[in-house]
Design a protein around this ligand. Structure first.
Ligand code: 0WE
Length: 257
């Protein structure tokens, strides 16, 4: 029996098979959870549908633009119907900043780029937690993805770093609000991963190399390792862990030089 058997979960942020969301979803599935998936727009529907169908042809997949309150309301109605009003797990693996904002100087960030980055990447966790909480009647585990650029300057990460700082702080405030209902809220701060979101970021290959050279473990992070930590946090192993940011980064975060 898997550590998540009988648990029901909803996963936001699968784009393709390299997505962090997919790595964590696979680990949750292997641990016995039953999952539903959302996709961000029509162009990702088939990708997510094909992946989700490997867990069974009847897996719920539904569209969710996390900046639209009506999408979020509909998704939790559908999830509640599918899982008989029970939800235990939620994965938030969603971020976006306009490409220009990740290229120049942070000081050049426009009001609109700042707004969009925070709406998609940070406020969405608050909105999803509020939608999920009424279904998490037996407690639950909410997991979001962060990155080191939330706490230290990573050149060009810019407004995403500020949005991840807001995401991490939101995790602590949500942990406080939802704690009395035994709903836990945590972040995994992952080392740089070779995903769709990272592709097209100039110098990303050099970042991976730097990370592997500096990190105590002298290697990058395997997506399956994010899955293992995600399963631990969702399981009884993580039952007293809430409001935390757990670094899954080969130890990079401890280094001063
Ligand atoms: O959080 C992220 C990236 C998220 C992301 C990626 C994109 C690329 C395409 C958000 N918005 C966009 N917008 C786009 O138009 N990471 C942790 C990966 C990442 O992104 C970086 C990094 C790292 C690491 C950007 C600059 C510097 C380092």
């Amino acid at each position: 029996m898997g550590v998540l058997s009988g648990k029901k979960g909803v996963v936001f942020g699968v784009a393709n098979k390299r997505s962090i969301a997919w790595a964590i979803a696979q680990a949750w599935h292997e641990a016995g959870a039953e999952l539903a998936f959302t996709y961000q727009g029509e162009r990702l529907k088939d990708n997510v549908g094909t992946l989700a169908a490997t867990f069974g042809e009847d897996t719920l997949i539904t569209e969710c633009d996390v900046t639209q309150d009506d999408h979020i309301d509909r998704v939790f109605n559908e999830v509640g119907d599918r899982f008989d009003g029970q939800l235990d797990l939620l994965l938030h693996s969603v971020a976006f900043a306009p490409k220009e904002a990740l290229e120049g100087d942070f000081v050049s960030t426009t009001r609109e780029a700042f707004r969009v980055a925070h709406d998609v990447s940070a406020y969405s966790l608050v909105a999803l937690a509020r939608g999920a909480a009424p279904l998490m009647t037996e407690g639950g585990s909410i997991l979001a993805m962060s990155y080191y650029g939330a706490e230290k300057v990573v050149p060009h990460y810019n407004v995403m770093g500020v949005a991840k700082a807001a995401l991490e702080a939101s995790t602590r405030y949500l942990a406080y609000d939802l704690g009395p209902r035994q709903i836990r809220v945590n972040c995994i701060s992952a080392g740089p991963m070779n995903t769709l979101a990272a592709r097209g970021i100039s110098g990303f290959g050099d970042m991976l190399k730097h990370h592997a050279e500096v990190a105590p473990l002298k290697r990058n992070v395997d997506p399956a390792e994010l899955g293992s930590t995600g399963t631990f946090l969702a399981s009884d192993g993580g039952a007293a862990i809430t409001g935390q940011v757990i670094y899954v980064d080969s130890g990079y975060q401890v280094m001063g030089m």
